[in-house]
Write a protein that binds this ligand. Structure first.
Ligand code: MEV
Length: 307
């Protein structure tokens, strides 16, 4: 039995979303995680092989601190299954620690495959709740946006602890996604922002408010199909992310290169300090923006559409 799950981008609002402000995210189907389950010999137990990291994990051993084991155990408990004889293979072409939601996608594909192997389909709300538990290990204090967008597989307006809303762009958004090649665990940037916020709550709350207002405006621009307006708001969001000290010289260079090559706006996406930048482009600017980002050293460039 095989199941897949997409990567994701945060269009606007990362970090501030951890503090109750809204954010907009969308799935990225150009890169996916895949889980495949096969029956193993009777008595063999359940083994999980994460092909990309070379990890070989047994469900009945190991620390509960391992997020994939944790989520697999939770899914099996939900199904009332105890230690089935299964060989689970996990693979992802979403780079790890790159802001594209690799952890959420792996856990989502895994839970989906476990339910399918047991003869049922998991509903997205249950799926998202189970994956959230693994996100807590990847992220520390996650807002819940990654598990929600990946489990539901549609563009969302998200506020922590509230029901998400689907968002519908007035016209298709074309985004170029460029990987800086620098791995940066979200847990670290989220932790650093928290430390800074604890030291100076007034300053950081004001930045989160400004990001929240940018997200409100971005949704309006998106829904009216105002691409130049949305581009300006992506640039503004990047400015606030720099104030939060989660950008980097390299990310900034990629953003500048994308803008110079014709992007309407660009910003980092996800935890920051490394990982990916996203650039909003008109269809005619896709090729020059991709070429400029590659020439500037981007490790990988993808093009996706939000519709
Ligand atoms: C990570 O994709 C987005 C962050 O806002 C963290 C979170 O919301 O949990 C940086």
């Amino acid at each position: 039995m095989t199941a897949t799950a997409p990567g994701k981008i945060i269009l606007v609002g990362e970090h501030a979303v951890v503090y109750g402000r809204p954010a907009i995210a969308a799935p990225v189907w150009q890169c996916v995680a895949t889980a495949t389950i096969r029956a193993a010999a009777p008595g063999a137990g359940c083994t999980l092989h994460a092909q990309d990291t070379g990890q070989q994990l047994r469900l009945d051993e190991g620390s509960v601190e391992e997020p994939l084991l944790l989520v697999a155990r939770l899914a099996l408990a939900q199904l009332g299954l105890d230690r089935p004889d299964w060989q689970i293979d996990l693979h992802s072409d979403i780079p790890m620690a790159s802001g594209l939601g690799s952890g959420a996608a792996l856990s989502t594909a895994l839970v989906r495959a476990i339910f399918r192997q047991a003869g049922s389909e998991v509903d997205p709300a249950t799926l998202s709740a189970l994956v959230y538990e693994s996100e807590r290990f990847y992220h520390g204090t996650p807002s819940g946006i990654d598990n929600t967008v990946v489990a539901y597989g549609q563009p969302i307006w998200f506020v922590k602890d509230a029901a998400f809303q689907p968002v519908h762009p007035g016209c298709a958004l074309t985004l170029v996604i460029a990987d800086s090649g620098v791995r940066s665990p979200t847990k670290e940037t989220v932790g650093d922002v928290r430390t800074a916020w604890l030291r100076d709550p007034a300053r950081y709350e004001a930045i989160f408010d400004a990001i929240g207002e940018t997200v409100v405006q971005a949704r309006l621009a998106m829904e009216r199909g105002d691409l130049p307006g949305l581009g300006v708001l992506l640039d503004a969001n990047q400015g606030w992310l720099e104030e939060l000290a989660v950008s980097s010289v390299l990310l900034r260079r990629l953003i500048d290169v994308a803008r110079a090559a014709g992007a309407l706006g660009a910003k980092l996406s996800g935890g920051g300090r490394g990982g990916n930048v996203i650039a909003l482009v008109e269809p005619a600017a896709v090729d020059p923006v991709c070429a400029a980002l590659r020439a500037a050293g981007a490790a990988r460039v993808l093009v996706t559409q939000i519709e």
